[in-house]
Write a protein that binds this ligand. Structure first.
Ligand code: AP5
Ligand code: ZN
Length: 212
């Protein structure tokens, strides 16, 4: 099973990815998590990506496409995977088509911009695993601590309000076109085309999970 989770920053891609990867036993491939790991490790990629991410921009397509191709060649991705935050531009989506990477489902999590800023302000993450919480909507069992490891939760550097607004703008300019890109593919009737599913992401986490 190969899936793409599509949605604005803060739509709940990472939150739902957690459920999907468990249910289907497939790895979550989050380009955002990969970039944050590179930033933390201080690699050349991380050094380049940090400034772009903090400004709410997108890392160059060729870099991202290279990262993803390398990742899906790993043995754990042989039986499928879940893309979270990738593709994010038409060239990224086209690179997968050109590489013959057929997708079974594209799941769009739909949340209006107005709800996003509050979600981001309250988001807390466990960096090592990528597990995501919200102080109000999805609180951890112990305040400020990861449910599994008990380690400290942090706030992402790009969750400042001005950066969030910039990320939303970039989403509408460069990523939202993928709704049409995959919608058209799905409607083509081609046997290899993905099925397109749109879910209302403003519902409670568990309701969104059930709909997905
Ligand atoms: P990335 O890490 O992909 O960030 P994003 O797409 O902006 O998405 P987020 O991780 O912010 O949100 P999410 O949809 O996962 O929501 P979450 O589940 O956490 O990318 C970061 C940066 O890396 C980019 O800006 C770019 O610079 C770079 N990058 C990454 N991929 C790239 C690519 N392919 N090309 C180029 N550059 C790339 O939920 C958010 C909050 O809401 C949480 O607190 C959560 O608990 C809460 N929440 C979730 N669901 C619900 C619900 N149903 N109700 C209430 N609250 C909810
Ligand atoms: Zn995420």
């Amino acid at each position: 099973m190969r899936l793409i989770l599509l949605g604005a920053p803060g739509a709940g891609k990472g939150t739902q990815a957690n459920f999907i990867k468990e249910k289907f036993g497939i790895p979550q491939i989050s380009t955002g998590d990969m970039l944050r790991a590179a930033v933390k490790a201080g690699t050349p990629l991380g050094l380049e990506a940090k400034a772009i991410m903090d400004a709410g921009g997108l890392v160059r397509d060729d870099i991202i496409i290279g990262l993803v191709k390398e990742r899906i060649a790993q043995p754990d991705a042989a039986n499928g995977f879940l893309f979270d935050g990738f593709p994010r531009t038409i060239p990224q989506a086209e690179a997968m088509v050109a590489a013959g990477v057929d997708i079974d489902f594209v799941v769009e999590i739909d949340v209006p911009d107005a709800a996003i800023v509050e979600r981001m302000a309250g988001r807390r993450v466990h960096m090592a695993s990528g597990r995501t919480y919200h102080v109000k909507f999805n609180p951890p069992k112990v305040e400020g601590r990861d449910d599994v490891t008990g380690e400290e939760l942090i706030q992402r550097d790009d969750d400042r309000e001005d950066t969030v607004l910039k990320r939303l703008q970039v989403y509408h300019e460069q990523t939202a076109v993928l709704v049409g890109f995959y919608g058209k593919m799905a409607a083509s009737g081609d046997a290899k085309a993905p099925r397109y599913v749109k879910v209302n992401g403003t519902q409670a986490v568990e309701k969104v999970r059930d709909d997905v």
